[in-house]
Design a protein around this ligand. Structure first.
Ligand code: E4P
Length: 215
């Protein structure tokens, strides 16, 4: 299972990399809006920093604009995956980009049919947003179950990238369902190692070891 970090913040990316925790990065316009500096310089630095896939999103709404932007985005590095919104023009763009050999990540996916369309268009990744679905009292992880079933039924090569992850349980459920990839905010990623029994267990082992060496 691939772990991506969902951020455009270079410090977070570097720290997560230092732990050997990440296989790639996803960004979006909102994540860039939180950073200081020119977005092009940040995008270039992220692509240089990370070996694995880096998703960079287009903002055009017409297929031709998306393709034009995609051609510019891939100049940041051979690891760029172009993020395309799940709208009819986006599907058109994905088909064209796939024919051109450019990798795509179809974003803002909230239904199994949207995922099926993206896969049929040849998307490299499809990004269902589980946290946002949970946020409107729907079951985000049920969407992942449905998409995995459909993709397995027909042998689609498109990878399911579980996005809008809010907590470790989303990741455990995604792994149980066989989802290929999760993208996780830095804070959630760092919480993966935590368990209260690990902390109390370590504390008591160290206290007991002190007794051993003081004998
Ligand atoms: C995925 O690629 C998106 O950047 C991201 O997961 C969006 O999630 P949000 O609901 O936290 O904005």
């Amino acid at each position: 299972m691939e772990f991506f970090i969902d951020t455009a913040n270079l410090d977070e990316i570097r720290e997560a990399q230092a732990y050997g925790l990440i296989d790639g990065v996803t960004t979006n316009p909102t994540l860039f809006s939180r950073e200081k500096g020119d977005w092009r310089e940040i995008a270039q630095a992220v692509c240089n920093e990370v070996e694995g896939p880096v998703s960079l999103e287009v903002v055009g709404l017409k297929a031709e604009e998306m393709v034009r932007e995609a051609k510019e985005l891939v100049k940041f590095g051979s690891n760029v995956v172009v993020k395309i919104p799940m709208i009819p023009e986006g599907i058109k763009a994905v088909r064209t980009l796939t024919e051109m050999g450019i990798k795509t990540n179809v974003t803002l996916v909230f239904s199994p049919l949207q995922a099926l369309l993206a896969a049929k268009a040849g998307a490299t990744y499809v990004s269902p947003f589980v946290g946002r679905l949970d946020g409107i009292a729907q079951d985000g992880m049920h969407l992942i179950h449905e998409i995995m079933t459909i993709f397995n039924n027909y042998g689609f090569a498109t990878k399911v990238l579980v996005a809008s992850v809010r907590h470790p349980r989303h990741v455990v459920d995604a792994a149980t369902m066989g989802a290929h990839t999760v993208t996780v905010p830095f804070k959630v990623l760092m919480s993966f190692t935590q368990h209260p029994l690990t902390d109390s267990g370590l504390e008591s082992f160290l206290a007991d070891w002190n007794k051993v060496v003081q004998k």
